[in-house]
Ligand binder design. Structure first.
Ligand code: IMP
Ligand code: MG
Length: 184
């Protein structure tokens, strides 16, 4: 494992290892392609968190697709700020397109709801959502994803794109950080 950031002396405890992640991502890709058979897809990933998941997921979707990303964040450390800071700088025109919006984790639901709203307002034909992880216990606004990798309890997780203060995104597995709980 990569050297730990300052202040950490033990690596995160494994929740989903690389193999479990790879198997589930393949299944999700097949599920999405099966449901969307025959249609042209535009995958929009929410960076930075969804970058690694989206990279694996698009390669598991056997459909003609275009890939884009936009940036949104609502977290500061392990605390949800409640405010979604959102940069809607798409490179591709979403108008009339079937969009698959991809994020790392569905927590309070604010980020995904806000971005879905934006894409619909921007003229998308349809917007479906896919998240690697879902923490239903933390939901604050009404939002469910169409495709979910794993449902997890209310624990703060890092790795596979998920960060703690921007660190741990490069951890190849998904793990919990001892002593941190989601608050906010
Ligand atoms: P929401 O807007 O509260 O649903 O938050 C979604 C965003 O919060 C995700 O895209 C993550 O960036 C971040 N987030 C939520 N829970 C966690 C976690 O357990 N670890 C790391 N980031 C998280
Ligand atoms: Mg994120």
């Amino acid at each position: 494992m990569t050297p730990l950031p300052l202040g950490f002396d033990a690596p995160p405890e494994t929740l989903f290892d690389e193999k479990a992640i790879a198997v589930r991502v393949k299944e999700l890709g097949a599920e999405i392609a099966g449901k969307r058979r025959g249609s042209d897809l535009t995958v929009v990933s929410i960076s930075n968190g969804a970058t690694i998941f989206a990279a694996d997921l698009v390669r598991a979707i056997d459909l003609p697709l275009r890939l884009d990303s936009l940036s949104a964040r609502s977290y500061d450390g392990t605390e949800s700020s409640g405010e979604v800071v959102f940069t809607p700088h798409l490179k591709l025109d979403p108008r009339g397109r079937n969009i698959l919006l991809v994020d790392d984790i569905l927590d309070t639901g604010r980020t995904l709801r806000r971005v879905v709203e934006y894409l619909k307002d921007a003229g998308a034909e349809s917007v479906e959502t896919c998240v690697m992880l879902d923490k239903p216990a933390r939901r604050v606004v009404g939002m469910e994803a169409d495709f979910v990798g794993f449902e997890i309890p209310d624990v703060f997780v890092v790795g596979y794109g998920l960060d703690y203060d921007e660190y741990f995104r490069n951890l190849p597995y998904i793990g919990t950080l001892p002593g941190t709980a989601s608050i906010g």
